[in-house]
Design a protein around this ligand. Sequence first.
Ligand code: 5GP
Length: 216
Amino acid sequence: MNKCDDQNLKVTLDKSKPAHGFFIVVSAPSGTGKTSICREFMKLCPDIQFSVSYTTRLSRPGEKEGIDYHFISEASFKEQIEQGAFAEWTENYGHLYGTSIHTMHRFLTRGFNLLLDVEPGGAEALKKNYPGGVFVFILPPSLDDLKNRLNKRGETLEVIQKRLNKVMDEIKEVIWYDYIIINEKIDQAVDCLRSIYIAEKSRKEMLKDRLKPFLE
Ligand code: 5GP
């Protein structure tokens, strides 16, 4: 269901160019605490920007337009698909979600690093089409823990079973991610994500400009 077929845009995300940021994609099955981990992480690392996705779902209480998502109509979303505006997009529980190419381009070419919260299908499309991404999967401490969290949402058994099946399919994708965080305790999980970010920022490829004067 994911689409990422604008070949020209690959050029804009060449990590080897100076003053070029990189992106971290975080995926996790629902109920794993991903949103809280990302929020805390961003407070600690204000130099990373969040890639605000487009979605056709309604905003939940507390969510803000342009901060959590760009909430748009299905017609508008489909128009943007036609225009090739998404680096990837997907349908999730009847709603559409997409990552804007323009957002990625704007931040990365200015040297900012980006955090993307995208499910595994979209993450796979990004990995295939945009070199230089860092892929992080967040897991719950155990399957029982995940089932308990899903059970607590007050939904019918049928809905819970459906969600669990989807989650199990998503978890199978963990094998091709670069890093795995097991969310036993939120503080440790945030610490782990921050460590990944700092390590990736310290790669010599990311520091080419800073290195130059030392080598000349
Ligand atoms: P929620 O509706 O709970 O905010 O998000 C549902 C799922 O959609 C989450 O797994 C989240 O990672 C995923 N998601 C959010 N934005 C995007 C996006 O732009 N592209 C894709 N492929 N998935 C997204």
